[in-house]
Design a protein around this ligand. Structure first.
Ligand SMILES: Nc1ncnc2c1ncn2[C@@H]1O[C@H](COP(=O)(O)OP(=O)(O)OP(=O)(O)O)[C@@H](O)[C@H]1O
Length: 346
């Protein structure tokens, strides 16, 4: 449940003499962000003491990190998925979520196939985040079934869903601000660790091995999402765009079968959106399946294989980006939104 975030420059946009027209909106995006990020202060600090910016050279840590193919290989999910490429990985059937008798999601059904990027779109309040929350165990559906990789998620708890292989990012950045970027990602790898509490307390060889592996994988993930040199920076000091990339890296650290991205481009300028599109494609090409909620039509149309459209909690359309773009019900659903968005979809 957030507000639409039209194109807006991220705080890490290079400083320019000409203020961008939608600059004020980036303040909104920043104010939604719980971490205090002040790019001006960052720049001053970097100028006063370049060493204080904690930039590292990933290739000096591990020469393999200089090779994008080796990085992609290290990041690729290493887990068994029951369904084959192109088959249904997640199925949502008759999914209904009610709040005080009001259906935020009303008998919604769709499927996500392994290896695709599926877009979930709809006007504000259509039920997209509610759908994410029902899939990831945050909300208990009033009715309906979610089946994931052959398992029915009936009373499955959130951490169990993570272990089963669904990871997500949130509309508002949620990172541990006092921890470094690398530490934030390493926490994500914990979901796959096998060391028992006993092993952790008594520091068994397996515990050490898993810690070492977590650091290696964490560095590869940071490099993969494009922020390797920022590994030693506190998350709260990272520019907004890098914080969003860090969230994605942390979600990938759990080696999900399905990655759910909730408005990952919120507060981004067009250049950052293009870079994000490239990253989402790279993630899919590396073996992940992606479910994407996004308001920006250019991004959604440009990166997804198929799209499901919600309006007032109901599914009103489903198909390829072209089919959805030409669908009169979809165009009508968007007629209540600003002209620039209609232009993109019509
Ligand atoms: N916890 C809640 N309690 C009561 N109502 C809720 C709750 N969560 C969502 N809703 C309502 O459910 C409807 C769908 O909200 P939801 O956040 O899923 O929409 P959305 O499509 O994600 O919207 P946006 O694009 O604005 O994020 C809205 O009417 C919202 O007010």
């Amino acid at each position: 449940m957030t507000h639409r975030q039209p194109d807006a420059p991220g705080p890490d946009e290079p400083l320019s003499d000409e203020p961008l027209p939608d600059e004020a909106l980036s303040d909104k995006a920043r104010s939604d962000n719980p971490l205090p990020v002040d790019p001006d202060a960052q720049l001053e600090r970097a100028e006063a003491d370049p060493a204080a910016t904690a930039i590292v050279d990933p290739a000096a840590i591990d020469p393999d990190l200089a090779d994008p193919e080796a990085v992609a290989e290290a990041v690729a999910p290493d887990r068994e998925i029951a369904v084959a490429e192109g088959e249904t990985l997640l199925a949502v059937d008759d999914l209904t979520v009610e709040f005080g008798g009001l259906a935020a999601l009303d008998s919604v059904g769709f499927e996500i196939r392994r290896g695709e990027i599926l877009g979930l779109i709809g006007p504000n309040g259509a039920g997209k985040t509610t759908c994410f929350n029902a899939i990831t165990g945050v909300y208990k559906p009033s009715r309906g079934v979610v089946t994931f990789d052959g398992t029915v998620l009936r009373k499955t708890k959130r951490h169990e869903i993570t272990r089963l292989g669904i990871a997500r990012t949130f509309q508002n950045v949620r990172l541990w601000g006092e921890m470094t970027a690398l530490e934030n990602v390493c926490v994500g790898t914990d979901a796959r660790h096998k060391t028992s509490v006993f092993g952790g307390i008594f520091r068994t060889p397996r515990h050490y091995r898993e810690e070492r592996d977590a650091v290696d994988r964490g560095m590869a993930l940071l490099e993969f999402v494009g922020i390797g040199p920022r590994a030693a920076e506190k998350a709260s000091n990272l520019p907004y765009g890098d914080q969003r990339r860090l969230e994605i890296a942390r979600a990938l650290a759990t080696e999900p079968k399905l990655l759910c991205l909730d408005e990952p481009a919120a507060g981004f300028n067009p250049r950052e959106k293009d870079a994000l599109m490239e990253l989402i494609r790279k993630i899919r090409d590396d073996g992940y399946t992606v479910l994407l909620i996004e308001h920006d039509m250019r991004l959604v149309m440009g990166v997804t294989d198929r799209i499901v459209v919600l309006e007032f909690g109901r599914k009103i359309a489903e198909g390829t980006p072209k089919e959805v773009r030409d669908n009169p019900a979809v165009i009508a659903a968007y007629l209540g939104v600003p002209d620039d968005q209609i232009g993109d979809i019509a």
